[in-house]
Design a protein around this ligand. Structure first.
Ligand code: NAP
Length: 266
């Protein structure tokens, strides 16, 4: 049985991870939330998160939360990752991290800290079918230049970062394939599209778990490829799949969900 410590245990993703992990036979041995959480010290059962008598810890008790864990599974904030992950690495624990919204330098810093120490999977989107969509998008390299591409993403109004980490991954992929040099995040007034621009538009409304649509429009026809998450369980399932995979990795390194699905590493 794989033992996991969940950081962000009181959050939308953390709660989903815990409920999917319990029903799939993982053991929850640690749970961490922010230092300000009013439930610190109470058990997950008392907090109504799941039927386990495990205390919720703040980051100051991270060592305690990690002690029995094989893998640290984290969906929190960039600031939390930057302060918690060095401790996780010191304790030589494997990592599965889904947090988004990092500045480029922050993510590079984390990767260089982790890559020579422990096996880890970092992914801005753990949905397995989103990964398939990314593979499909690679065929855009064959379309003539007249076809213009736009990305539209929609998420719940509690999401902090925009565009989403996934939309940024799609944008990077498309820019590399199609030679876009500029990204435009909205239009207002007189603002026609120019040739080197990629549009990436964000919508924040209600409880939408996540929609990413890529519109590929030529002068006379268009196609759109859309990925819709029905629930956060789609991400939790992928993250738990990554937990099983990272347990089998002998070599330290920061791996992607693509590595997990292609069965590389080992
Ligand atoms: P959320 O509901 O706001 O939850 C954030 C969690 O982080 C809360 O439990 C919060 O604790 C906790 N936290 C804050 N500071 C912490 C610290 N210093 N140490 C430990 N925990 C801390 O957010 P969410 O919707 O679950 O999303 C979390 C992250 O995952 C975001 O970056 C989001 O974009 C990303 N995400 C990724 C995927 C993917 O597939 N990769 C999918 C969905 C979301 P309190 O409750 O005490 O504040």
């Amino acid at each position: 049985m794989i033992r996991i410590c969940v950081a962000g245990a009181t959050g939308r993703m953390g709660k989903t991870i815990i409920s999917e992990a319990v029903s799939r036979g993982f053991e929850i041995v640690g749970a961490v939330a922010s230092p300000n959480n009013p439930g610190l010290g109470k058990t997950l059962r008392e907090l109504g998160i799941c039927d386990i008598d495990l205390p919720l810890h703040g980051p100051s008790k991270l060592r305690e939360a990690l002690e029995r864990a094989d893998v640290y599974v984290s969906f929190t904030t960039p600031e939390a990752e930057l302060s918690n992950i060095p401790e996780v690495v010191n304790m030589n624990k494997r990592i599965v991290m889904g947090t988004t919204g990092f500045a480029k330098e922050q993510l590079e810093k984390l990767k260089s800290l982790v890559s020579s120490k422990v096996p880890a999977v970092f992914a801005p989107n753990f949905s397995l079918s989103m990964n398939l969509m990314l593979k499909m998008l690679k065929s855009l390299v064959h379309l003539p230049e007249e076809y213009e591409i736009s990305i539209v993403e929609a998420h719940h109004s509690g999401k902090r970062d925009a565009p989403s980490g996934t939309a940024l991954s799609i944008a990077n992929l498309i820019s590399a394939l199609r030679g876009y040099t500029r990204v435009v995040h909205g239009r207002e007034g007189v603002s026609p599209r120019i040739r080197d621009e990629l549009e990436v538009l964000s919508v924040r409304a209600g409880g939408i778990p996540g929609i990413h649509e890529v519109i590929i429009a030529g002068p006379y026809d268009m196609i759109s490829i859309r990925h819709t998450s029905f629930s956060r369980s789609a991400f939790a399932l992928g993250a738990l799949y990554a937990v099983e995979w990272v347990m089998k990795q002998e070599r330290p390194g920061v791996y992607s969900i693509d590595d997990v699905l292609s069965g590389s590493g080992g």
